[in-house]
Design a protein around this ligand. Structure first.
Ligand code: PLP
Length: 233
C-alpha cells in the first residue's frame, strides 16, 4: 500500500467515526472540524493529507511546526490552517503566533501579550486550554477552571487575538465521558460571558466519540489517521 493509500484509509475511517458519533449525538457532522495531528511526521505526509482534502493540521512543538509550515509553503502546499496544540513556552509564543492560525494551548496570562505581539498584522484564533485534572495532579497542563474568566477577558481585549473557545485533554485514568461532561459545563459558563467563544477542541484518536457527544467542534486526531508515531525523536 502506498503512503497515500494508507493515509486515505485512515482518514476515511476517522471521518466515518465522526459521522457515526454525530448521528448518535443528533449533531450535524459539518459542525465538527477534523484537525489531523501531524507531529513527528514529515511535511510530505502533510502534502498528501492536503491533497486528500485535509484543511486543518495540528502540531505540538514549535521548532518542528515552524519548519514544517515553511517547508509546505515552499512546496506550494496551500490553504492549510495550522493549529498549535502543544505546551507553549513563553519565550516561543511570539514566534508561534507568526505562523499558527489557531493556538489551542493558552493557559496563562503571560502568553497573551506575547502572542498578540507576535501575530503582527494577522489575527490569531485562540482557545484557552483548561485542565480537567485534579488540582494536585503532577504535570498538570491547562488553566485552573477558576482562572478562566480573567484569562478570557485578557485574550478578548488583545488587538490581534480572537477568543474562540476552549481546549482540553481527558485525564488519564478517568472515563472521558465524565471528564468531557465537566468540560461542557465550563464551556457553558464561558459562552455566557463571551458568546462567540463557542469552539470546543476535545477528543483524540481514543476518545473522539465521547468528545463529540459532549459538544466538541474540533477533534485532534493523530494516530488513527497517520499510524503510530516514531517513539524516538
Ligand atoms: C498528540 C496529540 C493529539 C493526538 O493524539 P492521538 O492519540 O495520536 O490522536 C491530540 N491532542 C494533543 C494535545 C496532542 O498532543
Amino acid at each position: 500500500m502506498s503512503r497515500r493509500d494508507e493515509l486515505a484509509a485512515g482518514l476515511a475511517a476517522v471521518r466515518e467515526r465522526i459521522e457515526r458519533s454525530c448521528g448518535t449525538a443528533g449533531r450535524d457532522p459539518g459542525e465538527v472540524t477534523l484537525v489531523v495531528v501531524t507531529k513527528y511526521f514529515p511535511a510530505s505526509d502533510v502534502a498528501l493529507l492536503a491533497d486528500l482534502g485535509v484543511t486543518d493540521v495540528g502540531e505540538n512543538r514549535h521548532q518542528e511546526a515552524e519548519a514544517k509550515a515553511a517547508e509546505c509553503a515552499a512546496d506550494g502546499v496551500e490553504g492549510l490552517r495550522w493549529h498549535f496544540i502543544g505546551g507553549l513556552q513563553s519565550n516561543k509564543a511570539a514566534a508561534v503566533a507568526a505562523y499558527a492560525d489557531v493556538v489551542h494551548s493558552v493557559d496563562r496570562a503571560k502568553l497573551v501579550g506575547r502572542l498578540d505581539a507576535g501575530a503582527g498584522e494577522r489575527v490569531v484564533d485562540v482557545l484557552l486550554q483548561v485542565s480537567l485534572d485534579p488540582p494536585d495532579r503532577e504535570g498538570r497542563a491547562g488553566a485552573d477552571p477558576a482562572d478562566l474568566a480573567a484569562l478570557a477577558d485578557r485574550v478578548a481585549a488583545a488587538d490581534h487575538l480572537r477568543l474562540r473557545g476552549l481546549m482540553a485533554v481527558a485525564p488519564l485514568g478517568e472515563d472521558p465521558a465524565t471528564a468531557f461532561a465537566r468540560l461542557s459545563a465550563i464551556r457553558s459558563e464561558l459562552v455566557a460571558s463571551h458568546p462567540s467563544a463557542d469552539w470546543l477542541s476535545a477528543g483524540m484518536s481514543g476518545d473522539l466519540e465521547a468528545a463529540i457527544e459532549a459538544g466538541a467542534t474540533h477533534v485532534r486526531v493523530g494516530t488513527a489517521v497517520l499510524g503510530s508515531r516514531p517513539s524516538v525523536q
